[in-house]
Write a protein that binds this ligand. Structure first.
Ligand code: PEP
Ligand code: MN
Length: 342
């Protein structure tokens, strides 16, 4: 159930409703909106009588939620959510441009890439320190050492750091460095990890599982929101289909569908989506045209030598060209790419 408060409801009205929910043994989730606040109720097994709240001061309406996700849905919040990453807004007019290597490999590799992507217009540096690899015999990431390099790269460039958490064990180390904690496709259904990042307030980039439906993605987000972390950014990164010509099938239709169903921002990862560098620019432009709130692109100074995902990584000069094209498409859909960096 959702309690929709009147626009003129006071803080005390909201508090009284939350207290009432808690005394009933349930959990109250305040979801502020531009016009009004909604309060989600979780923890109830059966139905709750809407009359319980109807006469309370400041309450507009109590509505049953028909969708399995309560807090991620549009009913809870009509306006798009904006997630602030240390002042950089994801989900506003400006597109989030996230770029960097698949894996952090060395200081030289990281800082060269970081400077190049910043120069091209990125505000966020991506780079995995803990890598979930299909094969146990391939490079598993620089781990803690990689986190140290990411921290250093942030202080040198001012870029916000997006890095992946592989498990609950290393969450504490990752969260000390990450401005955005990435939950990878393979972990979208790791419910203990979702709950653990839900306990934090650090923004979370939640990638769609390799064979997850859009509803399953929203339910995974719900796990994080239900623990109180409302700073969730979704990411479409391609799903597995019968088509072997591309690494995945980038489901760009997920963008307008998610926009209809949810208030959460959604970005697109064209690199893992198509899995070959030649297609990354086209997929980025298509993602922006489809209404994505940003893109996350793999960039490497020397792709053939990359320790992971080199075949889908762009050279810095190609990434610069991509951003310039994205800037032009962004204009058509009333978005922007932010100030050009001299
Ligand atoms: C990545 O971003 O490098 C990554 C491993 O992505 P995904 O979880 O989407 O496979
Ligand atoms: Mn990768």
């Amino acid at each position: 159930m959702l309690i929709l408060m009147k626009s003129e409801a006071t803080k005390e009205d909201i508090l009284r409703v939350c207290q009432k929910i808690e005394t009933m043994g349930y959990r109250a989730h305040e979801i502020p909106g531009a016009q009004r606040t909604a309060i989600g109720i979780t923890g109830n097994q059966g139905k709750i009588d809407p009359e319980t709240f109807a006469t309370m001061s400041g309450v507009e309406q109590a509505i049953p939620v028909t969708k399995p996700y309560k807090l991620a849905g549009r009913d809870a919040r009509r306006e798009n959510s904006e997630v602030s990453v240390g002042g950089e807004i994801v989900g506003g007019r400006e597109l989030a441009i996230i770029a960097g290597p698949c894996s952090v490999e060395s200081w030289d590799q990281l800082i060269t890439t970081a400077r190049a992507v910043k120069d091209a217009g990125a505000k966020f540096l991506r780079g995995g320190a803990f890598k979930p690899r299909t094969s146990p015999y391939t490079f598993q990431g620089m781990k803690e050492e990689g986190l140290v390099l990411l921290r250093e790269a942030r202080s040198e460039t001012g870029l916000k750091i997006v890095t992946e958490v592989k498990d609950v064990l290393t969450l504490s180390a990752v969260s000390q460095v990450a401005d955005v904690i990435q939950v990878g496709a393979r972990n979208m259904s790791n419910f203990s990890l979702l709950e653990a990042v839900g306990e934090l307030r650090t923004p979370v980039l939640l990638k769609r599982g390799i064979s997850a439906t859009i509803e399953e993605l929203l339910m995974a987000a719900e796990y994080i929101l239900a623990k109180g972390n409302l700073n969730v950014i979704l990411c479409e990164r391609g799903i597995r289909t019968f088509e072997p010509a591309t690494r995945n099938t980038l489901d760009l239709s997920a963008v307008p569908v998610v926009k209809k169903l949810s208030h959460l921002p959604i970005i697109v990862d064209p690199s893992h989506g198509i899995g070959m560098w030649e297609g990354v620019t086209a997929m980025s432009l298509a993602a922006v045209a489809a209404g994505a709130d940003g893109i996350m692109v793999e960039v490497h100074p020397n792709p053939p030598e990359a320790l992971s995902d080199g075949y889908q990584s762009l050279k810095p000069e190609r990434f610069k060209d991509l951003v310039e094209k994205v800037r032009r498409v962004a204009e058509v859909v009333d978005r922007s790419v932010g100030a050009e960096v001299a």
